[in-house]
Design a protein around this ligand. Structure first.
Ligand code: COA
Length: 466
């Protein structure tokens, strides 16, 4: 049911006062509920999930496999998770790049878009191509991003992507050539848009100095982000490689993840690239999706405040119980950073990030916070089963430790979810192209109508509803 949270708000911009909106909400609530049992009656696949919580099969893809369980004689069996980009495990991809001490995000982009690993020359050419596309159109920041700015960088990113339509001489053509061209430009420009949106936000909302450093041609994506984000443009190779790792881990997650599916839904209508990508950004922003990384950080602050002894499991468990009951925290009843629609025993991205976060935090001011997150991960499954009475497996997901890594890198909280978007746009573009070339049918699921029929009454004869 729609919550009525307007009591304390006297006036809404646009002139609707609190009393009016409260009355409208009361009227809405009287006629707009659907009894939960009806979803069972009509076998509705809520959240597009089957009864055993597996996802409804909506398509075929060559891009990625998110492996979190096995089906044995019709039963769902939990297994350790794996994330497989174009047939290659993310662990191997990361290991390969780390062994050569080189950046891996550009290689990941090539792999996801084209389906195979690039040789050294191809990778070098592609990295240079991306770097050459990173610049935004002339005066874009001044004319678009500095006007009617919002304090939310995800909102700024969505608006900016939509506005790029106006700067494209061929925005509508959905041929492979044109969409690939748009995709490469968008992937390259996302980090620049993110950093510029952040700088503009700081100036406008935080009263800080605005600086827009020029882009350096030889920089990888991760280096470019760190150089343009920091006032002194300085960073270490270790820092850039760590951010690069985060980008690799976030680049793709199958066709069923909400933002990629959103992108596929829009692509299935034949809509343009800018509309499809900005819609995906809107999806990722949600706290149950990419927005969870900020929520984990917020939750950690609630725990730090609410738990006196961070080494006391009983005290932490009590707090988690209250979190699940919606009595503390943001009241949503969620333990952010825990749970996943596909993974059961483990999320490989969380495991990799935890390893790095643990090493980085060790013997620093962040060590205690890291151990607190570890405790949340360790204690949550049992508390979840106890409070919810559910036998669902919940493990730490990618968002549990990513915020900690960003914090250690000195990345502001404002950029946690936008960084996810900077990486995930690769998956969105790959899925858009796949949907256009292999789907070829508008997505159009069904909604069973449960409304009662009512006669049309002439306006003079209608009763006033108070
Ligand atoms: N904390 C509390 N309850 C949780 C939960 C969590 N982390 N994860 C799942 N649940 C609950 C749901 O609230 C729901 O309960 P209900 O039946 O009483 O409404 C039940 O488990 C099933 O949830 P559902 O959303 O259908 O399961 P899912 O496996 O598809 O959920 C997430 C996936 C990620 C949306 C869910 O685990 C979640 O909201 N996690 C917290 C947010 C988060 O970390 N998101 C990042 C995703 S990478």
């Amino acid at each position: 049911m729609l919550e009525n949270k307007t009591q304390n708000t006297k006036e809404y911009p646009g002139g609707i006062n609190a009393e009016t909106i409260k009355n409208l909400c009361d009227k809405f609530q009287r006629y707009n509920s659907i009894a939960p049992e009806l979803f069972k009656t009509y076998h509705v696949k809520r959240g597009l999930r089957n009864e055993d919580e597996t996802g409804v099969l909506a398509g075929l893809t060559r891009i990625c496999n998110v492996h979190g369980y096995l089906i044995d004689e019709g039963e769902k069996l939990p297994v350790p998770g794996d994330l497989i980009y174009r047939g290659i495990s993310i662990r191997d991809l990361v290991k390969g790049c780390r062994a050569d001490d080189r950046f891996g995000f550009e290689e990941t982009i090539w792999l996801l878009l084209f389906g195979y690993l690039p040789d050294a020359q191809t990778l070098d050419d592609f990295t240079k191509l991306l770097a050459s596309c990173r610049e935004l159109p002339r005066d874009f920041t001044e004319d678009v991003m500095m006007k009617a700015t919002s304090s939310n960088i995800m909102n700024q990113l969505g608006r900016s992507v939509l506005s790029l339509y106006s700067y494209d001489k061929n925005p509508e053509e959905n041929s492979l050539q044109n969409v690939l061209r748009q995709s490469i430009l968008l992937i390259a420009r996302m980090p620049t848009m993110m950093v510029n949106a952040y700088q503009v936000k700081r100036r406008r909302f935080d009263n800080e100095t605005l600086f827009l450093h020029p882009l350096k041609p030889g920089h990888s994506t991760a280096e470019s982000i760190l150089a343009t984000m920091r006032p002194d443009e300085q960073f270490t190779s270790e820092e850039a490689k760590l951010l690069d790792l985060c980008l690799m881990l976030h680049a793709e997650h199958g066709g069923g993840n909400n933002s990629s599916f959103t992108c596929r839904v829009l692509s299935s209508t034949g809509s343009d690239t800018y509309s499809a990508i900005s819609a995906a950004i809107g999806s990722l922003k949600g706290p149950r999706h990419g927005g969870a990384n900020i929520k984990v950080t917020e939750m950690l602050e609630f725990i730090k405040e609410g738990v006196k002894n961070w080494n006391n499991d009983d005290e932490i468990s009590d707090f988690l119980r209250k979190l699940l009951r919606g009595e503390v925290g943001d009241g949503a009843g969620l333990i952010y950073g825990m749970g996943h629609a596909v993974y059961t025993i483990s999320d490989p991205r969380a495991e990799i990030l935890k390893l790095y976060a643990g090493k980085l935090a060790d013997k620093t001011e962040y060590a205690e916070e890291f151990h607190l997150l570890e405790a949340v991960e360790r204690l949550s499954p049992a508390i979840f089963h106890e409070v919810k009475g559910s036998d669902k497996f919940i493990c730490a997901n990618v968002d549990m430790y990513s915020g900690m890594v960003y914090k250690i890198l000195g990345i502001p909280t404002d950029l946690y979810t936008p960084l996810f978007a900077v990486a995930r746009i690769v998956g969105w573009c790959a899925h858009r192209i796949e949907e256009m070339t292999t789907g070829k049918r508008i997505m159009r699921p069904a909604y069973k109508s449960v409304s009662r029929s009512q006669p049309y009454v002439q306006i003079q004869e209608r009763k006033t509803i108070i």
